[in-house]
Write a protein that binds this ligand. Structure first.
Ligand code: KG4
Ligand code: ZN
Length: 346
């Protein structure tokens, strides 16, 4: 059993959590969304400065909520890649400094490994092997998890990530930032069959399609053309129908690829992770399709799908229990594949 204090500052959430293996003892998330909303997206410099102002309060709050002091902590973890480097550096520097001052081991954590581990929290029976559909603002991947910490990418997006597509289409529909939750909300009042849109498929040069890869650029263009056509006809835009149809198309396309991949690789369990895992249509369709094929689905609760430090702590706890730690010389990296994650540990 390991009690880990983890810090997550890779984008626009300053998050600190204390987790004992898979049990959340505290989970503090200070969202910067309101600050970035006025710019229509995350401004990296503003994010770093905001993390710096908030981080110490979040650490204090995590101890208060857990009703613990430093004597309970076995190791400190911080997200080290991928993400905005300036933002990552704030959490990394805080984590490494505390590790030195408190004489505790330090672990850098890959942000996507955190998203995969969100499903482990409060889920004692989940164990690899499983297939993870990881859908966030920056990534869309199908990852086979063979064993704890061992990842193989089976599918990816060729252009935008799913969350990025939600954010861009939301901007097109005048729904603001972040787009995913806004589309999800208004789509509840719309008809998902109102417009037939193209599901992103990636062609092979020799013919046929890559079965597990996604593409959202065609769908995005189709949405733009549709909006332009409706505007040219002088009609008021049916925002709810447009949002519902777009969301339905993304969800169905992701579910189709995920189920095919799980069946082909004979994986009985599917784990959903990343901010877009909070999407209600995706959760519903995945659950329905999995039930049809006798597959088990693990969807983290909504607050653990988007960025948080509890999932980072949970990933770190697994590594720490296997005897892994990171050197204090570890740097922050804006890009890094989850398949390279072993490089972070001694
Ligand atoms: O995982 P996350 O919090 O940050 C990254 O690692 O990128 O994901 C953020 C993304 C944003 O693009 C946001 O629009 C999307 O997740 N998102 C959603 C929903 N909630 C958040 N997309 C669709 N439906 C949602 N309910
Ligand atoms: Zn994330």
């Amino acid at each position: 059993m390991a009690t880990i204090l983890a810090i997550e500052t890779s984008c626009d959430e300053t998050a600190v959590a204390i987790v004992r293996d898979r049990q959340i003892l505290s989970n503090i998330v200070a969202s910067q969304i309101k600050i970035h909303q006025q710019y229509g997206g995350v401004v990296p410099e503003v994010a770093s400065r905001q993390h710096l102002e908030t981080i110490n309060f979040c650490i204090e709050a995590a101890f208060q909520e857990a009703e613990l002091d430093w004597s309970a902590i076995a190791a400190i973890a911080a997200t080290c890649a991928p993400g905005l480097v300036g933002a990552l550096l704030v959490g990394m520097t805080a984590g490494k400094t505390l590790a030195m001052v408190r004489n505790l081991p330090f672990l850098g954590v890959h942000h996507l490994e955190g998203h995969i581990y969100a499903a482990y929290l409060n889920e004692p029976e989940l164990e690899p092997p499983f297939l993870c559909l990881l859908v966030s603002g920056g990534h869309t991947s199908l990852i086979r998890v063979r064993d704890g910490g061992q990842y193989e990418q089976l599918g990816a997006t060729r252009d935008d990530a799913a969350g990025e597509a939600f954010d861009k289409v939301a901007r097109l529909l005048g729904l603001g930032y972040p787009g995913g939750p806004a589309i999800d909300k208004i789509a509840k009042q719309g008809n998902p069959q109102a417009f037939i849109l193209p599901e992103g498929r990636v062609s092979k040069p020799e013919g046929g399609y890559h079965p597990y890869d996604s593409s959202f650029s065609g769908l995005k263009t189709a949405m733009l053309r549709l909006v332009q056509k409706l505007e040219a006809e002088g009609e008021e835009l049916p925002i709810a129908d447009l949002a519902a149809s777009f969301q339905e198309t993304v969800a169905r396309s992701l579910v189709k690829k995920t189920i095919a991949c799980a069946l082909d690789y004979e994986l009985k369990a599917i784990v959903l992770g990343g901010g877009v895992a909070a999407n209600s249509a995706l959760r519903k369709h995945l659950q329905e399709a999995a039930t049809q094929h006798n597959l088990q689905v693990y969807c983290p609760p909504l607050n653990l799908c988007t960025d948080n430090a509890a999932a980072i702590a949970c990933a770190a706890a697994d590594r720490f229990n296997r005897g892994e730690t990171s050197p204090l010389t570890l740097g922050a990296r804006s890009r890094m594949a989850v398949t390279e994650v072993a490089e972070l540990y001694l």
